[in-house]
Write a protein that binds this ligand. Structure first.
Ligand code: 0A1
Ligand code: ZN
Length: 884
């Protein structure tokens, strides 16, 4: 007998709730295997009762119901209905109190949704629908209530008891237990509820808001790790100040708590005044954290803090609006990091990641709009599209309205909607109304999936002194959306003269004072020609400066023009982009030649342009590091008709070797000149020097075949490192080289950091990323290593995720072994943690991009997953959509 298939929920079916819950009084009696939860809910009907009472349907999942009473009267089995979706009371009165007692088993909660135990710490994760695993409730974001939470637990085992809001009372009670009572004065949806109980150490600090509120800041971690919380605390204070200065948004309570735990499904969670974090985004010191880790902490601490306004005070009406809070908050954390660090470098890194994660999603079977139309399991929609493309959409609004106009829109949004659960339309309306503009066409970015493609052609008319740029836009079909309407695309561009200076540009029909050295054009029609007048002879066209829109551009440009832009474009992002496109052209050509067995030499102009960057001392080292790094294998794969992972890998290695061979002296100079000048500091300037040095070292290692001492040199670099960034950089290169040096370094690393879970994650990940042919066998063996556990999401992501998503060469082995491994791991993980199992599945869904042999094997792996009994809706949704 086939099992019933999970059904989809549609945005169009949204209806407001039939009941409101005004206040929630919770009492937890905590025991790891049997926790009792009493909930007292003050409920009122939200609709007119002339047509009679509507049923109250409370969500519930994995709950044991102990008792339920309505206005003090205990209900019998005939007074309500229980099924696998929840608890229904057929015709309750218009206003009443409901008392519900449930029993739950946090120790057995391996899904890490609801209340669970991580290393002896009780903690909750309620977004998106975890609260219903604690008690029966209207577990939807448009039901906002004030919460009072009483926590009772063993005093010795759980001395710290936390929930949202203010601590009202704490006292000892009989039996070695104690009680804490918390009250949160701000109405919130259930997904922002949080509770933590454990034996935790605390780093405490203070922050005074600009209106003089004195806020206590606390970061709780496992004992012994307090010393690693300093950087996160510093980030938090900088984020608080920045949000006041940039957006006029101030913190609203006297206490802000962060708790870091070792087992967490995501990066962190913005629960009101009690953010819960994955250890990875809190703990840092130079011994254990890389520069990238520090940057990640800065971003995520700020992101969760910024949610206090964009997410908590103003939340989402329903989960289709998820990008309302996530796209906007990612935009805000990006702006923050750009102000703290180098803006162009941040932009480059964000675009690399957008291209690596979001563009493939938008081009595959899981493509969905920034505001989706349907879902089976909402947990599957915490995607790169919702977060990163969502942030791009907000960024385009800022590009169109200007920073001041955008701020006006934000002010109006907060003024209109504080305390409400709203929609993406409400946000766009605030932006439009505050600026008196029509964003009607622009809003297609919310409803149409797919990455738009812009074909651009430019031509200069010498006689007329005019330059014409013709832009054709097209958005490819995506599931359920065969035809697309034209989008409003803000396209930043410029023209360079022979000296590399920006030409002042004025459109035909504009007055002379409109002329500017760079323009943001409104591309709105399927095909549009922009005619600039009074233009002297241009040398190069620069388009999509700053990546003003998340689109793919085709523009026929020769190597010479690209090299010129690499050296001269006034927009740093566009200089980087010119190099990426130049390299991509070379790599695609070489990959084709490898397939035909006839490689020809690379265009020396590219290597020469890289050399110029290496010798240009005026460049920021962090920028130079990005500018000389080749596009990743994934990006090249996206640009191939049929992906050939081996040809891509060989082509990229060959270009790396060509650069190393021609520029050895420059690279050696960079390595020597950027050696660590003193004790490690995590600031952007020092990180930039390390990045440049390590990219240069990577090129030198690429010529390992020519220079037999490379492995020794890398082992020496590994041993000499006084910080994790340099240590990891050397080890990353060594794991690709078979030999005793590799094993010596891996063993040393393991022994040195065996007790540091976060560092052991790096050790697992590095081995999974190795280009060596026996990588899958090693990964399979590591599944049995004591450091690995399927119950721990960080371990799963480090070992399995790094292999399936970060090692295309070995994952896509022609014999299908990578796919079979993926299917096996998915089926083993699904009963333990379906959210994480589903989130790792995306690479199998890209089968359409591969040759017939691989396609068949990828589809077989997906079919095997789908055929398994008792599959979670999470994995079912991804696997079935991937096969469709
Ligand atoms: N809202 C959090 C991310 C998050 C989402 C879902 C989770 O569980 C399913 C946990 C965290 C953020 O944007 O940081
Ligand atoms: Zn978020």
């Amino acid at each position: 007998m086939t099992e019933p298939q999970p059904t989809a929920i549609h945005r169009q079916d949204y209806t407001p709730p039939d009941y409101r819950i005004e206040t929630v009084d919770l009492e937890f009696d905590l025991e790891p295997s049997s926790t009792r939860v009493k909930a007292r809910l003050a409920i009122t009907a939200a609709h007119d009762r002339s047509g009679g009472a509507r049923p109250l349907v409370l969500h519930g999942d994995a709950l044991e119901l102990v008792s339920v009473a309505l206005d003090g009267r205990v209900l019998g089995a005939g007074d309500y209905r229980l099924d696998d979706k929840g608890l229904t009371i057929a015709a309750p009165p218009p206003a009443f109190t409901l008392d519900i007692e449930t029993r739950i088993d946090p120790a057995a909660n391996t899904q890490l949704s609801g209340l669970y135990v991580s290393s002896n710490v009780f903690c909750t994760q309620c977004e998106a629908e975890g609260f219903r695993r604690i008690t029966y409730f209207l577990d939807r974001p448009d039901v906002m209530a004030t919460y009072r939470t009483t926590i009772r637990a063993d005093r010795a085992a759980y001395p710290v008891l936390l929930s949202n809001g203010n601590l009202v009372e704490q006292r000892q009670v009989e039996g070695g237990r104690h009680v804490a009572v918390w009250h949160d004065p701000f109405p919130k949806p259930s997904y922002l509820f949080a509770l933590v109980a454990g034996d935790l150490a605390c780093n405490e600090d203070r922050f005074t808001t600009r209106s003089g509120r004195d806020v206590t800041l606390r970061i709780f971690v496992e004992h012994g790790k307090q010393a690693r919380t300093g950087y996160a605390m510093d980030c938090l204070k900088r984020a608080m100040r920045w949000d006041e200065e940039r957006f006029g948004l101030e913190y609203d309570l006297d206490l802000f708590n962060i708790v870091a735990v070792s087992d967490f499904n995501m990066g962190a969670m913005e629960n009101k005044s009690l953010n819960v974090f994955n250890d990875k985004y809190i703990l840092a010191d130079p011994e254990i954290a890389t520069d990238a880790d520090y940057a990640g902490i800065e971003t995520v601490v700020a992101h969760e803090y910024f949610h206090n306004w964009t997410g908590d005070r103003i939340t989402c009406r329903d989960w289709f609006q998820l990008s309302l809070k996530e796209g906007l908050t990612v935009f805000r954390d990006r702006e923050f990091s750009s102000d703290m660090r180098s803006r162009p470098v941040k932009r480059i890194q964000d675009v690399r990641s957008l291209r690596a994660r979001q563009f493939p999603e938008d081009a595959g079977p899981l493509a969905h709009p920034v505001r989706p139309d349907s879902y089976i399991e909402i947990n599957n929609f915490y995607t790169a599209t919702i977060y990163d493309k969502g942030a791009e959409v907000i960024g385009m609004m800022q590009a169109i309205l200007g920073q001041d106009g955008f701020r006006k829109g934000m002010d109006l949004y907060v003024q209109r909607h504080d305390g409400q659960a709203v929609t993406c339309d409400d946000f766009a309306a605030a932006m439009a109304d505050a600026n008196g503009v029509d964003l009607g066409q622009f809003k297609r970015w919310y409803s149409q999936a797919g990455t738009p493609e812009l074909a651009i052609e430019g031509s200069y008319d010498t006689r007329a002194g005019a330059y014409e740029m013709t832009v054709t836009q097209r958005c490819p079909p995506t599931p359920g959306q065969p035809d697309k309407a034209p989008m409003h695309i803000p396209l930043a561009m410029g023209l360079l003269d022979a000296q590399g200076q920006d030409i002042r540009l004025r459109l035909d029909g504009e007055t002379a004072d409109a002329a500017a050295p760079g323009r943001v054009l409104a591309v709105t029609a399927p095909r549009q020609t922009f005619r600039f007048v009074n233009v002297p002879q241009p040398k190069a066209l620069s388009v999509n400066r700053g990546f003003s829109a998340p689109v793919n551009v085709t523009l026929a440009q020769g190597g010479a023009e690209r090299a010129f832009l690499m050296a001269h474009d006034s927009d740093a992002f566009a200089r980087w982009e010119a190099g990426q496109q130049f390299a991509t052209d070379l790599l695609l050509r070489r990959a084709g030649e490898i397939q035909r067995g006839a490689p020809t030499p690379f265009d020396p102009a590219f290597v020469e342009a890289v050399g110029q960057i290496l010798r240009d001392e005026s460049l920021e080292p962090a920028f130079a590091a990005e500018a000389i790094a080749l596009p990743g294998e994934d990006y090249i794969a996206e640009r191939m008709d049929i992906v050939d992972v081996e040809a891509i890998h060989s082509a990229r290695e060959a270009l790396r070797q060509a650069i190393a061979t021609s520029l050895r002296a420059d690279l050696e100079r960079i390595v020597a000149a950027n050696a660590s000048p003193g004790p490690y500091t995590p600031d952007a300037a020092a990180a930039g020097r390390r990045a440049l040095r390590n990219v240069a070292l990577g090129y030198l290692a690429a010529s390992a075949a020519e220079a037999p001492g490379t492995a020794d040199r890398l082992l020496a670099a590994y041993r000499a490192a006084d910080n994790m960034t340099d240590r990891m950089a050397a080890l990353r290169l060594l794991v690709d080289l078979d030999g005793p040096q590799r094993q010596a370094a891996l063993d040393d690393f393991h022994d040195r950091f065996r007790d540091d879970a976060l560092v052991i994650d790096k050790w697992l990940a590095l081995q999974a990323l190795s280009a060596l042919p026996d990588t899958l066998a090693r990964v399979t063996a590591l599944l049995g290593h004591p450091a690995f556990a399927l119950e721990k999401p960080n371990k799963v992501r480090a070992l399995i995720g790094s292999f399936t998503a970060g090692n295309p060469l070995r994952y896509h082995a022609a014999d299908g072994s990578g796919y079979a491994f993926h299917a096996d791991r998915t089926l083993a993980l699904d009963p333990i943690n379906p959210q994480v199992a589903a989130r790792l599945l995306a690479p199998l869904g890209r089968w359409q991009r591969f040759d017939a042999g691989r396609q068949a094997k990828m589809k077989a792996a997906l079919a095997r997953i789908l055929a398994a009994p008792k599959l979670s809706p999470d994995v079912y949704e991804i696997a079935s959509k991937s096969l469709a």
